[in-house]
Design a protein around this ligand. Structure first.
Ligand SMILES: Nc1ncnc2c1ncn2[C@@H]1O[C@H](COP(=O)(O)OP(=O)(O)OP(=O)(O)O)[C@@H](O)[C@H]1O
Ligand SMILES: [Mg+2]
Length: 348
């Protein structure tokens, strides 16, 4: 049951919400570097890679259009920078509806989510990023809103308190998370569609780099694009960041926008990013396990203390890509370098 005092000042509520919500169509787009924004996918066909997921979403979109109904609630999960937010905005464009964008840490008080829900229109998409961070009370308000499209408000004060049921238009909640395991099962179960976004192949990253690079006015050789893609850790956001650093390097060191393999290597070596896209902290992590614990097993806390890093940072930032590369395994006795992880460090 949701709690909202009838005395909540409506204009205060609107003001507090407007600071935290963006409408996909205008506010998000302003303030963005133009060439980069222009290369952002605006339709599922422009969204590179994730073919199976796109095919599945196209079926859902077409079916909803045929039924003239809102899309079912969708939960996207996967590592940072893989395109969850982008996909939510693309879905809204494909459905021809508005998308209200917010993030769970912004929804502190019950009235934050209530204000948002009550302002939704039929078929609109509400996108909540980092949905695993929702407060319990906010989450409980979402239960009835998602399942039966109503919220219960407690109105009045003291003895005059009563419950007023407010029906909501049929909307679509799109949630995104990097931590699926941290979402409670009642919330997770209310998403009709729950889809993982996987890291991208080098081939797909090459296409993304090409798309963004063109909008930056860069001229690439094929090898240069390949070098960038193979150091992007399967992640479009990293690919775009590396691309920008290489663009800076070309502008300053070569005084032009021509990017070849040699220039990419020089620029990324200068950033201490190696041929597989490992940065200094990942190399230090692997070297620490190899040199001090003969490749493990060793506990996460011990590694964190040895490196002077937060264990949560190691777990969420350093380890996922090393696991993906097959350089590391997590066992019940601690972290262990695999044969290829060991060989990689010994070969350096
Ligand atoms: N498939 C894709 N095709 C083209 N560009 C992409 C694709 N996926 C992501 N991008 C680009 O990569 C960048 C990061 O994407 P986005 O912000 O959607 O990631 P995210 O998964 O929401 O990350 P986070 O978990 O940090 O919120 C954006 O600039 C986006 O345009
Ligand atoms: Mg996002």
């Amino acid at each position: 049951m949701a709690i909202l005092s009838s005395r909540v000042n409506q204009s205060d509520q609107k003001r507090s919400n407007s600071a935290k919500i963006s409408n996909s169509s205008s506010e998000i787009e302003n303030g963005l570097e133009k060439p980069e924004y222009l290369s952002r996918p605006k339709s599922l066909d422009q969204f590179i890679g994730q073919e199976k997921l796109k095919f599945f979403l196209k079926i859902c979109i077409n079916a909803s259009r045929l039924r003239k109904d809102a899309l079912d609630h969708i939960l996207f999960f996967g590592q940072p920078g893989l395109g969850k937010t982008t996909l939510a905005l693309v879905l809204a464009k494909e459905m021809g509806v508005n998308c209200k964008v917010t993030s769970a840490p912004n929804l502190e008080r019950p009235r934050d989510i209530i204000g948002l829900l009550m302002n939704l229109k039929e078929g609109e998409i509400l996108f909540i990023d980092e949905i695993h961070c929702l407060k319990r009370v906010t989450e409980e308000i979402l239960y009835s809103a998602m399942e039966d499209f109503y919220i219960d408000l407690t109105v009045g004060a003291n003895r005059g308190t009563r419950i007023r049921r407010v029906n909501l238009p049929k909307f679509t909640l799109v949630g995104a998370t990097t931590k699926l395991g941290s979402i409670s099962s009642p919330l997770r179960d209310r998403f009709g569609i729950c889809q993982k976004i996987d890291p991208y192949s080098i081939n797909d990253l090459e296409k993304i780099i090409n798309q963004f690079g063109k909008s930056f006015g860069l001229n690439f050789t094929e090898n240069a694009i390949y070098q960038l893609a193979s150091r992007s850790r399967g992640t479009p956001r990293i690919a775009i960041h590396l691309l920008k650093r290489v663009r800076d390097f070309a502008m300053v060191m070569a005084n032009n926008l021509n990017i070849n393999e040699k220039l990419v290597n020089e620029a990324l070596e200068q950033q201490q990013i190696d041929a597989k896209g490992l940065d200094l902290s990942s190399i230090q992590f692997l070297t620490f396990i190899l040199n001090n614990y003969d490749g493990g097993p060793v506990g996460l806390e011990t590694i964190a203390a040895g490196l002077g890093e937060e264990s949560s940072m190691i777990e969420s930032v350093i380890e996922p890509y090393l696991l993906q590369l097959g350089f590391l395994s997590r066992t019940s006795r601690g972290r262990v370098l695999t044969k290829s992880g060991r060989n990689y460090i010994l070969g350096k």
